[in-house]
Design a protein around this ligand. Structure first.
Ligand code: PMP
Length: 400
């Protein structure tokens, strides 16, 4: 689908056509996004929000239009709830630090799931340690599905927040976040959703979900690296302490007392990555131009097709067999080390990820050092799926 829009896909590695199946790590960029970045630096590069001069106003305008594009994309109620960050990691760190500073007290509890990316574990550990709070873990089962019934017991009157991934990056599981949110809200506990692996693969409506925070990165949705979003409900953002101090986030500064700027600027200290924000808008428009429903349906076909073909390989073991998955396939073959498999796939032009995928607790759960992970984006083809399957078979023969 729309392959010709992505120039890098014409590259060759070791003289072989590139088969790029590491999209959960980062997606490639369409020409329109690359052009938008170029155009920004060629035409309007300048600092925003404070200049009276023409370029600054043009850049400010584009920057704020991008915020509106993000608002529309996730259906936030207002642009005040859309905070630009460097990525999902910074978004979660922002919430953990600011929310923690404002609401966490000694003996309070934070709930995360066992399948979280390290970036939705470590920031909470840091703030729990600082505030004397406790981190509790919602487990998953052998198929890689959250044991949602246990959430009822885990959420107590000391729980201050629940933080869960929308989609697991190492298992591909699409979590029942509506249910997580309903259970948490029944106890008046807010919920943060890590949407890093979801936003490019299915529509997200933060108002329909009623989540309190939703975090994601641009680079996993065809936008430049170094840009991300933290969506937060107005009521929390108004109360929460700022994350970082600096220019832009203030109203008045004296040595005695500083007052903070309105939302969203209160959480955007310093000069932002203006060109990348503009690139993110282009990526959003690009996705909208194709349609997320269409992308989701196509990636599901690729997932089913590839899973069925891989399953025929003797010794194939899938890690993550949830009923509801996105285009992420984690696997092991016999007792071949994932790293060895990854290297041999690479030599055949097939780019996959190997290792723990920043989810060490998931690997501990299964008692494995890591997995080989193939992950799809809208531009992948059935021929590439075949290339993966053939490369795995060849590598298996060589390594057995
Ligand atoms: N959460 C999940 C589920 C992810 O897959 C990733 C990236 N692998 C992150 C968070 C962190 O994203 P980033 O490195 O772009 O900040």
């Amino acid at each position: 689908m729309n392959r010709a829009d992505f120039p890098i896909l014409n590259e060759k590695v070791y003289g072989k056509p590139l088969v790029y199946l590491d999209n959960a790590a980062t997606t490639q960029k369409p020409q329109v996004v690359i052009d938008a970045l170029n155009d920004y630096y060629l035409r309007i590069n300048s600092n925003i929000h404070r200049g009276v001069h023409c370029l600054s106003q043009l850049a400010t305008n584009e920057f704020e239009q991008a915020r509106e594009a993000v608002r529309r994309y996730i259906n936030a109620a207002t642009t005040q709830e859309v905070i630009f960050t460097r990525g999902a990691t910074e978004s979660i760190n922002l919430v953990a630090a600011s929310f923690g500073r404002t609401y966490l007290r000694e003996g309070d509890e934070v709930v995360v799931s066992e399948m979280e990316h390290h970036s939705n574990i470590v920031p909470w550990q840091l703030v729990c340690e600082e505030r004397g709070a406790k981190l509790k873990v919602l487990p998953f089962d052998g198929r890689g599905e959250l044991m949602i019934s246990k959430l009822q017991e885990l959420v107590t009157d000391r729980t201050r927040i629940v933080a869960v991934a929308h989609v697991s990056n190492s298992l591909g599981t699409v979590n029942p976040i509506e249910e997580v949110i309903r259970i948490a809200h029944d106890h008046n506990v807010p919920v943060l959703i890590d949407g890093a692996q979801a936003v490019a693969h299915s529509p997200v409506d933060v108002q329909a979900l009623d989540c309190d925070f939703y975090c994601f990165s641009g680079h996993k949705m065809y936008a430049p690296m170094g840009i991300g979003v933290m969506y937060g409900k107005n009521k929390w953002l108004n109360e929460m302490q700022p994350y970082q101090g600096g220019g832009e986030m203030i109203r008045d500064v004296t040595f005695e007392k500083t007052t903070y700027n309105d939302l969203p600027f209160k959480f955007e200290a310093g000069t932002p990555s203006v060109g990348d924000v503009i690139g993110l808008r282009k990526a959003i428009e690009y996705i909208e131009g194709i349609g997320l429903e269409k992308i989701a349906a196509y990636e599901q076909e690729l997932l089913t097709y590839t899973t069925e073909k891989l399953a025929k390989i003797d010794g194939m073991r899938f890690i993550g067999e949830a009923a509801h998955k996105t285009g992420v396939i984690s696997f092991l073959v016999g007792n071949i080390h994932p790293y060895d498999m990854g290297v041999l796939l690479d030599h055949q032009g097939v780019a996959v990820r190997t290792g723990h995928h920043c989810t060490q607790p998931v690997m501990t759960h299964f008692g494995i050092p890591g997995t080989v992970r193939a992950s799809f984006a809208l531009y992948n083809t059935f021929e590439e799926a075949d290339a993966l399957v053939n490369a795995v078979m060849k590598a298996k023969t060589m390594l057995s």
